[in-house]
Design a protein around this ligand. Structure first.
Ligand code: 7RM
Length: 630
């Protein structure tokens, strides 16, 4: 626990050290892990390649830093506590020892199916302990996991399976979510129609009828039945791939963000312990899905590397009623609770009756992640959930950063409503103007960049290194560009203002507007479309689509519904547009570029100042769009 920050001056001291001597700083943190062979050099980097390597030639296995490290001391401590979707179904607890044996058994099962080091494995599973077991079993044998959120459609799944050339898929028969039972295996079957996946392992969750393909599909319980509960860990290099996680950007095709072993391990544990101030015996709960980076770093890897007890919840905040989160907090005496602003705002709308029924006095720390938290939601969370005694850690970070970058350290550094506040040690932020000039001093606003590497940063985008360079390292030379706008206030605190690119954030789910447009354009009657985000009370941003259609023999209403279904089918229900407006044309410049600024203004109903529309090919189209506003 020597790497724990305990005081504000301790934070300032550590921060200064991390900037003045980054290699010494991170070497000291990394030394508390188990390396089969220590690294030769801490860091080698340039942001032009980009080419970033941490802990060069270090040899390790991340799961040895969870299991071999803790079995003899805290083997009987709960590692994962699982709460089922249905409050009447018994929960499950796996101690570190039990989790270890389950991981080993499944690791052996994967090996017996011919899966080994470097092979890609897609995990498309509900929130059950087996999903974490699957990730850790891959890590144990050196296979690269790529978790795909189980709410994605078969098309979206197929894209990811094909992009990473997955050898196997780990999935389930179905998924319980709220009052619904959702098909999972049949989605996989569809996705696999055109793929070379050799093995599918199916965890039985809902007991629903599924088709099993002979020689390809196996039940989880069958493959582990005769496997040994010991499995030697594969020796990995620090820079060997640990996982790929697909995320949306401003182009139509999601990119596979690559994270490697050593740096990710060091940073996920370090940031977890410090931000949440986890103490042994605490019960920590992050409500994210393992399909997102938050689930990777702060349900699975960070907490388990820290020897923590991590709670995993299968269900949704409003089932069987809107008191479910608080019922679970009371039931397990949760100490740290980490959720998304969209969930807070959704629950805020139901009032406080369902909160007052439960004892929330175990809570010590509240967390927020995924999108900017507005001041009102921040205060509501602080007052009604935290009872004015829990610091809120508003954690800013990204799939690409691997771990939390800007956040209060609970109870130690100050909080400020709607502010992510200060960078963690090792994080060198930089605010730039559109030309890339650094804006120094306080009270400035611009684009957020990071000018020095940190251990858990993205290494490449799978199969396309140039895309990584173009997306993150080319906008501003010598810097990683986050895509977010930011303000540094008069006290030097950071407030994230949201995306400055064509990425929208709907209920904390990141989506490219181009991705949604591509899905809309699949409809045979659609000629062209343009998608923008607009402010939405609960989701943060809603999706507004402007569509040019061929209306021959069609009514607008049925076309709009068909387009919504099309998007749902191609990406998944989370990408379904909230509003679709059929338009006669789009506001384009003479060079054919859509002026999204205008479309955003119409969508958010700020019609008084349209800015300069004189460069448009057909300025009159703007009036027609305003008239038809949804
Ligand atoms: C962890 C995660 C990343 C994008 C990011 C921001 C937005 C995330 C915050 C936030 C304001 C926050 N990864 N974002 N956290 N904005 N305050 N605390 O969400 O890759 O899915 O999304 O999310 O725009 O660039 S992500």
């Amino acid at each position: 626990m020597s790497d724990r920050i305990h005081t504000l001056s301790g934070y300032l001291h550590e921060y200064q050290k991390s900037v003045a001597q980054p290699e010494e700083f991170w070497a000291r943190i990394a030394d508390s892990f188990h390396w089969r062979k220590r690294w030769d050099k801490v860091l080698k980097w340039n942001f032009d390649g980009p080419d970033v390597k941490w802990f060069l030639n270090g040899k390790l296995n991340i799961t040895e830093n969870i299991f071999e490290r803790y079995l003899f001391t805290i083997g009987d401590r709960p590692a994962i506590i699982w709460e089922a979707n249905d409050p009447n179904e018994a929960g499950r607890t796996l101690t570190y020892r039990e989790l270890y044996h389950e991981v080993c058994r499944f690791a052996n099962a994967l090996k017996s199916k011919g899966i080994g080091k470097g092979d890609k494995v897609i995990i498309y599973m509900p929130m059950v302990p087996e999903a974490a077991i699957a990730m850790l079993a891959c890590a144990r044998i050196g296979a690269v996991h790529s978790v795909v959120f189980a709410g994605f459609s078969s098309n979206a799944l197929a894209d990811r399976v094909n992009d990473c050339e997955a050898k196997a898929i780990l999935t389930s028969d179905g998924n319980f979510r709220g009052a619904k039972k959702i098909d999972v295996k049949s989605v996989v079957d569809q996705a696999l129609e055109k793929s070379s996946v050799e093995t599918v392992i199916v965890y039985q969750r809902t007991n629903q009828e599924v088709t099993m393909v002979e020689g390809r599909d196996y039940w989880w319980h069958d493959v582990v039945a005769n496997e040994s509960s010991e499995s030697p860990a594969e020796e990995m290099d620090s820079e060997d791939m640990l996982f790929i996680l697909y995320t949306s950007g401003s182009t139509g095709k999601p990119k596979g963000v690559v994270h490697t072993t050593g740096g990710y391990m060091v940073y996920s544990k370090y940031s977890f312990e410090n931000v949440f101030q986890y103490s042994p015996g605490d019960v920590y709960w992050c409500t994210a899905d393992i399909g997102w980076i938050t689930g990777h770093s702060y349900i699975v890897y960070g907490p388990l590397l820290a020897g923590a007890t991590t709670l995993m919840f299968e269900g949704v905040p409003t089932f069987p009623d809107c008191g479910r989160f608080w019922a679970v907090v009371e039931k397990y005496k949760v100490n740290q609770f980490y959720t998304a602003p969209t969930a807070i705002r959704a629950l805020q709308a139901y009032g406080t009756t369902e909160i007052e029924k439960y004892d929330l006095s175990s809570l010590k720390v509240l967390g927020s992640v995924g999108e900017p938290i507005n001041e009102e939601a921040w205060h509501w969370y602080h007052t009604h959930i935290g009872k004015n005694k829990c610091p809120i850690v508003d954690t800013w970070w990204q799939t690409e950063t691997g771990g939390i970058m800007v956040s209060p350290i609970a109870g130690i550094t100050p909080t400020k409503p709607a502010y992510a506040t200060l960078p963690l040690p090792g994080v060198q932020l930089c605010i730039v103007d559109p030309e890339g000039n650094e804006l120094t001093g306080n009270s400035v606003e611009g684009n957020l960049c990071i000018k020095f590497p940190w251990p858990s940063m993205i290494r490449t985008t799978y199969g396309d290194h140039d895309r990584c360079k173009q997306t993150y390292f080319s906008t501003y030379k010598g810097m990683y560009f986050t895509g977010d706008g930011v303000k540094r206030d008069h006290d030097g605190y950071y407030r994230i203002l949201g995306r400055v690119d064509d990425v929208i954030n709907v209920s904390g789910h990141r989506m490219g507007t181009a991705e949604v447009e591509n899905a809309i354009n699949e409809h045979p009657k659609v000629i062209e479309s343009a998608v923008v985000g607009y402010p939405h009370d609960v989701k943060g941003q809603g999706i507004y689509a402007y569509v040019i259609c061929d209306l021959t023999n069609r009514t607008e209403d049925n076309l709009i519904n068909e387009i919504k279904e099309m998007v749902s089918k191609i990406i998944g229900p989370i990408a379904k547009p909230d509003k679709i407006q059929i338009v006669p044309g789009l506001p384009k410049t003479r060079s054919g570029k859509i002026m999204r600024r205008i479309l955003r203004k119409v969508a958010e109903n700020s019609l008084d100042n349209m800015g300069d529309t004189s460069t448009l090919l057909d300025p009159d189209v703007v009036n027609k769009i305003i008239e038809g506003r949804q």
